[in-house]
Design a binder for this molecule. Structure first.
Ligand code: SAM
Ligand code: SF4
Ligand code: SF4
Length: 370
């Protein structure tokens, strides 16, 4: 049984220091390991209508669970103001996530505000969102109209009983597939479909998922079950390495590797030899990709995390609400990124069994955003 843990957010975050000399935003920011800042993931709610066993297990996220109060959440104006500073420092892609982002009221308004931002090269952002698909059929058109470019949809099985057991709220596969079809029809593609593979739980669904999405315009990506957070009872034995996933699929549906689209892409790409499209394999446990990690994460209450596995964030909301101006906010973000040296997955790979840091508890995926 999972240990009962009520800590979701991170009480140790502090407001960042405003450096005496502010680094101007040139779009060329580099961290301590020379990695650029290209990608911003924004968690817009810590709530979710699913209880995926690997993310928000019911025995922890039960009816007594204390979610963040509305006043703690960044407002759309605050999110956009912070995002603008990140874009000036080089961010070209913004992903909205959570929790379940489509539960955030008036999300279309936020999308419209973010869609107005321009990269340092004067181009529109790559604006995307990760969703469990439950509200997608209903919202796809309004999301598209607001300026969203595309969506990633999570789906862990084709078999209805397996999927219902994994989301643990009895949600049907057919309804997620309907969401995917609707999103495709309104032009929110190319759609990526994420499947988290947990040994002994849904590994028998690897091939049915591959068969279903082969020959469609959608890109299926297999994600290794990660030791993110502290409530999902992670164990290395629960991880099916991506190499094994690709081997199992390739034995029936031959695959060849494809070059990455860009440096820092999380998924290794493979295409079907017969022209049936491509799949991705996200090996966050067995083949760490920290070397090129250009992702920053902004939590629901405005804390900046420089790694998915961070135990401590930087409280940007405190700067905003204390009245600091954009130049100070931008300078604080630059200093944080320049001081970044995170490479948790690489270190974990060396240790293979997760990195338990005494007295430190990693923040949950539903809080920091996947
Ligand atoms: N609720 C949305 C969803 O499920 O798509 C967005 C948030 S969810 C935290 C983002 C992604 O993280 C999902 O694709 C989910 O499957 C993945 N995820 C959650 N917990 C995970 C874990 N322990 N290991 C690997 N992936 C995980
Ligand atoms: Fe909710 Fe997404 Fe986590 Fe599942 S993976 S519980 S849908 S936030
Ligand atoms: Fe990036 Fe941290 Fe993941 Fe490494 S472990 S790829 S630094 S988020």
């Amino acid at each position: 049984m999972t240990e009962k843990i009520i800590i979701l957010s991170d009480g140790r975050s502090r407001p960042p220091l405003i450096p005496a000399t502010l680094v101007p935003a040139t779009g060329e920011l580099r961290d301590g390991l020379a990695r650029p800042l290209h990608d911003l993931r924004i968690s817009i709610t810590d709530r979710c209508n699913f209880r995926c066993v690997y993310c928000m297990p019911k025995d922890v996220f039960d009816k007594d669970y204390q979610y963040l109060p509305h006043s703690s959440l960044l407002t759309f104006e605050e999110i956009t103001r912070i995002a603008r500073q990140f874009v000036a420092h080089g961010v070209e892609k913004i992903r909205l996530t959570g929790g379940e982002p489509l539960l955030r009221k008036n999300i279309e308004k936020l999308i419209a505000m973010l869609a107005e931002l321009r990269t340092v090269h004067g181009k529109p952002l790559d604006l995307t969102l990760t969703t469990n698909g439950s509200l997608l059929a209903r919202k796809a058109q309004s999301l598209k109209d607001a300026g969203l470019n595309r969506v990633t949809v999570s789906l862990d099985a084709m078999d209805d009983a397996t999927f219902r057991a994994m989301n643990d709220v009895d949600f049907a596969v057919a309804d997620v597939l309907h969401g995917i079809d609707t999103a495709h029809a309104v032009g929110l593609g190319p759609i990526k479909v994420n499947m988290v593979v947990k040994a002994g739980t849904n590994e028998q669904e690897i091939l049915p998922m591959a068969r279903h999405f082969k020959g469609t315009p959608h890109i299926l990506r297999f994600i290794e079950f990660m030791d993110v957070g502290a409530s999902n009872g992670w164990n290395m034995q629960d991880v099916i390495p991506s190499a094994e996933i690709v081997r199992r699929i390739g034995a029936e549906l031959p695959l060849v590797p494809v070059d990455p689209n860009y440096t820092g892409e999380t998924a290794a790409r493979w295409r079907y030899v017969d022209g049936g499209g491509e799949i991705g394999a996200i090996s966050s446990v067995t083949q760490a990709f920290c070397k090129d990690c250009s992702r920053a994460r902004l939590s629901t209450e405005g804390k900046l995390y420089t790694c998915l596995f961070a135990t401590r964030g930087h409280d940007l909301r405190a700067l905003l609400r204390a009245g600091h101006n954009d130049a100070e906010l931008s300078g604080a973000i630059a200093a944080i990124w320049q001081g970044r040296s995170d490479r948790y997955s690489e270190l974990r790979t060396v240790n293979t069994d997760g990195l338990a840091r005494a007295g430190e508890r990693r923040v949950e995926m539903s809080y920091i955003g996947g």
